[in-house]
Structure formats: structure tokens, C-alpha cells
Ligand binder design. Structure first.
Ligand code: ZN
Length: 147
């Protein structure tokens, strides 16, 4: 595995989102690779700094205003969601119908082509019989094209 993947796993491990087997592999890599170990230590330092940084205080009126706008927007969101669900039904039906019609068309086309191939081979045989007999007759009677 490449170092970039291990570094991504370092981030996952610090988030507590890495399973034990991957953590063991990562630890084995960190024991060998100084660059990834340095990345892990920098990442830990950065997390500590972020956690120590003072959190900005949001005024309560802003918090209430955001919540109020979310509540006002909720009916519109539900209408759009319902509309999307309703649009999903005809879209699904159209897809299913196109598959069914496509297969039916394909089956019909295949049967038609098989039938026409059978007819075509019969006609070819008739034509060849016709051609053979005229060639024989032409040769027998001195041929019409030679004169
Ligand atoms: Zn590495």
C-alpha cells in the first residue's frame, strides 16, 4: 500500500473510524516509515490546536433566526420531496416499459429474421436451380450470349 493511503488511514484512526486489522497494518507501517510517522504527529498536533482554540460565540438571535428560516423552509422541502417521489414512479414505469418493449421487439425481430433467412435460402435454391437449368440449356443450344 502506498504512503498516501496510510496517511488517509491515519486520519481515519484519529477519527476512530478504522478497524483493528487496518490499525495493526497502519501501526506496522508507521514503525517503518518516518514520513508517515511525522504526518501522524503533525496531524495530532493540529487536532490539539483546533480543540484548544476558542469557539466563536454565536449570538442567540442568529441561532433563532436560522432555526426560524429552517422551519419556514420545511413545507417547501417536503413538497419538493413529494414531487420527486411522484416523478420517480413514471420514470420507473418508463424504464420498465422500454425494457419490455425492447425485448419484445428484439424477439419479434429475431423470429422475423430467422423466418426471412429460411425463405431467402429457399429462394436462393430456386434461383440456382433456375440459373443452372438456363446455363445448361444455353450451352446445349449454342448459347444466346455467344452470338
Ligand atoms: Zn509511509
Amino acid at each position: 500500500m502506498r504512503c498516501a493511503r496510510f496517511r488517509h488511514q491515519v486520519d481515519l484512526m484519529q477519527d476512530g473510524a478504522l478497524d483493528q486489522a487496518s490499525t495493526a497494518k497502519l501501526q506496522a507501517h508507521l514503525d517503518k516509515c518516518k514520513k508517515c510517522l511525522a504526518y501522524q504527529q503533525q496531524s495530532l498536533k493540529l487536532r490539539e490546536l483546533i480543540q484548544q482554540a476558542p469557539r466563536p460565540q454565536v449570538p442567540s438571535w442568529l441561532h433563532h433566526q436560522i432555526l426560524h428560516q429552517c422551519k419556514a423552509h420545511e413545507p417547501k422541502r417536503l413538497r419538493v420531496r413529494k414531487k420527486l417521489r411522484l416523478q420517480l414512479v413514471p420514470a420507473t414505469l418508463a424504464i420498465v416499459l422500454s425494457f419490455v418493449l425492447g425485448s419484445l421487439l428484439g424477439v419479434t425481430r429475431f423470429q422475423m429474421s430467422a423466418l426471412s433467412n429460411r425463405v431467402a435460402t429457399d429462394q436462393v435454391q430456386e434461383i440456382s436451380f433456375f440459373g443452372e437449368s438456363t446455363l445448361v440449356e444455353d450451352a446445349f443450344f449454342g448459347g444466346g450470349s455467344g452470338e
